[in-house]
Structures are given as structure tokens and as C-alpha cells.
Design a binder for this molecule. Structure first.
Ligand code: 5GP
Length: 195
């Protein structure tokens, strides 16, 4: 496993800016972003195979029974899961892979891939989080309320993560995550010495 790419799990409440952080990170050609499968309906300009693989419930459940996910979880009323194969293939090629997933999924990944690196993206405040969620313009009022409630539950779990990074100014947040990646690659147990 020594030359495999890193597995980075990025979580944080909806609206914390995980997606923006991940989009910046994948500008590095050694980093790949896993595309999850979900049973929720596409939002705004989302496209199948780009933001998510949009599955019917039956299709998703079939993939569960075929052991096709590294992890999956229910978030509000829908399933979300990380397809196993692309992640394994990229890591074998030496690419670092980002999973942008919620907190239950992170717990599952930590058990199956103990050397994964978990990063919690923290909003500067609940007020700013709510403003960002509303600013998307794609959420119903009911959904904003549900996501804010869920956000409070998720924030309470931030301390289970290896790192917590506040996303106030995006560039600073991305720079901090890059610093984590650099440091993790230098960990003694990940290095192989040929001297
Ligand atoms: P959204 O509906 O806003 O796209 O995503 C809702 C939540 O599901 C977010 O916290 C997002 O990170 C999480 N999520 C997206 N894909 C996955 C996945 O494959 N597994 C898990 N456990 N959570 C996911």
C-alpha cells in the first residue's frame, strides 16, 4: 500500500464550501474527485456523471448488494454512496482521491481504510452558512431548514476528524488543505527509503 495515493475524506455541513474546496484541489493533476451515486433528484444544472450518478432507488440498492460501494449513507430522505472501483483504480495509479461525503460515510471509510485522512470543513458561523445555503437559490425553504438542522448535528462531530479547517476565505482554506496533503505525504510510515 505504500505507493498508493492518499484517500482524503472531506466533510462539513451543506453550504460550508466543500465543493468549492474540492474543485480547487482537483486542478492538481495528481488529485481526483470521486463521483458519488445518489437517489436524490438533480439540482439546478447538475448532470448525470458529472456532479453525481443519479440512480433510481432499486438501482442503488442493487449496487449495495453487489458490494459496489466503499460506503453509503442516508442523508435526509436519500441514499448517497461512493463507488468502489474508480477510487481503488486511481489510488493504485498513485493518484490522491478526494471523497466529499457526509459524517456517517466518513465513519465507515475510517473503519475500512484506516490510513485515510479526514478533514472537516467548518463554516465561519451558522449565519454565514444559512446565507450561503439560501444564496444557492436551488433549495426550498423546507430544505434549507432541514439542512440547517442537519448542519448543527454534523458540527458536533467535527472533533472526530483528523483536521478541521475553517472556510472563511476560500483561497486560505484551500491552502490549508494543500498543507495537510503535503504534510501527510511526508509521514514516516508513508515513505519508503531506498538508502
Ligand atoms: P447534496 O444533496 O447537497 O449534494 O449532498 C448532501 C450531503 O451528502 C453532503 O454532505 C455531501 O457531502 C454528502 N454526500 C455526497 N456524496 C456522498 C457519498 O457518496 N456518501 C456519503 N456518505 N455522503 C455523500
Amino acid at each position: 500500500m505504500k505507493n498508493n495515493g492518499l484517500l482524503l475524506v472531506i466533510s462539513g455541513p451543506a453550504g460550508a464550501g466543500k465543493g468549492s474546496v474540492a474543485s480547487e484541489l482537483v486542478k492538481d493533476e495528481n488529485i481526483r474527485l470521486s463521483i458519488s451515486a445518489t437517489t436524490r433528484a438533480p439540482r439546478g444544472k447538475e448532470e448525470n456523471g458529472r456532479e453525481y450518478y443519479f440512480y433510481e432507488r432499486g438501482q442503488f440498492e442493487k449496487m449495495i448488494t453487489e458490494n459496489g460501494f466503499i460506503e453509503y449513507a442516508q442523508y435526509l430522505e436519500n441514499y448517497y454512496g461512493t463507488p468502489k472501483k474508480p477510487v481503488d483504480d486511481w489510488r493504485k495509479e498513485g493518484k490522491d482521491v478526494i471523497l466529499e461525503i457526509e459524517v456517517q460515510g466518513c465513519g465507515i471509510v475510517k473503519k475500512s481504510v484506516p490510513d485515510c485522512i479526514s478533514i472537516f470543513i467548518m463554516p465561519p458561523s451558522m449565519e454565514i452558512l444559512e446565507k450561503r445555503l439560501r444564496g444557492r437559490g436551488t433549495e426550498t425553504e423546507e430544505n434549507v431548514q432541514k439542512r440547517m438542522k442537519r448542519a448543527k448535528e454534523e458540527l458536533a462531530l467535527a472533533e472526530n476528524y483528523d483536521y478541521v479547517v475553517v472556510n472563511d476565505v476560500l483561497e486560505d482554506c484551500v491552502e490549508n488543505v494543500r498543507a495537510i496533503i503535503t504534510a501527510e505525504k511526508l509521514r514516516t510510515q508513508r515513505l519508503s527509503f531506498n538508502i
